[in-house]
Design a protein around this ligand. Structure first.
Ligand SMILES: [Zn+2]
Ligand SMILES: [Zn+2]
Length: 155
């Protein structure tokens, strides 16, 4: 046992974190729509659209503001899992979807999580606010990937 996992955001397991618990607890396996070595996917408990999934890393990774270019592959994998889940559930129009992250401090949970919503055209009034494009509280997956790629070029 190392002390590493004790630190928040160090990429370990944080027993006080709900997403660490959901994605790493075998007893909650039935809640997981997808589970592999790195990532887990489950339904958002407060769906903002007919399809609303969350994709999370199994290790505790902090919010999107703290990510670096090292996380580029992770974020791309999260997007891939999100799209795969939609396809598996017969969502065929992958143009009409919204994928993104809440920007701190507008996160209720600090564990990195990708919101996957579809169809984007059927978001309710409140959801259109919560998952609003070009707002200072929500960043799309594409925008985040661009940001991380810019970090790669800068370093
Ligand atoms: Zn966590
Ligand atoms: Zn969120």
């Amino acid at each position: 046992m190392s002390a590493e996992g004790e630190e928040q955001g160090s990429g370990g397991y944080d027993s006080s974190c709900i997403f660490c618990r959901i994605s790493n607890n075998p007893e909650r396996d039935s809640e997981l729509l997808h589970s592999d070595e790195e990532l887990a996917c489950f339904k958002d408990i407060r769906p903002g659209a007919p399809y609303h999934y969350l994709v999370v890393p199994k290790k505790h990774v902090g919010n999107c503001k703290t990510l670096t270019s090292d996380h580029l592959q992770l974020v791309q994998n999260m997007v891939e899992v999100g799209k795969t889940m939609l396809r598996k559930n017969s969502v065929t129009d992958l143009e009409d979807i919204r994928l993104g992250f809440h920007w701190p401090p507008f996160c209720s949970i600090s564990h990195l999580h990708l919101h996957v919503l579809a169809p984007a055209s059927q978001l309710g009034f409140l959801s259109r606010m919560i998952y609003r494009l070009n707002s200072y509280w929500f960043i799309t997956a594409d925008q985040l990937i661009e940001r991380l790629q810019a970090n790669v070029r800068a370093s």
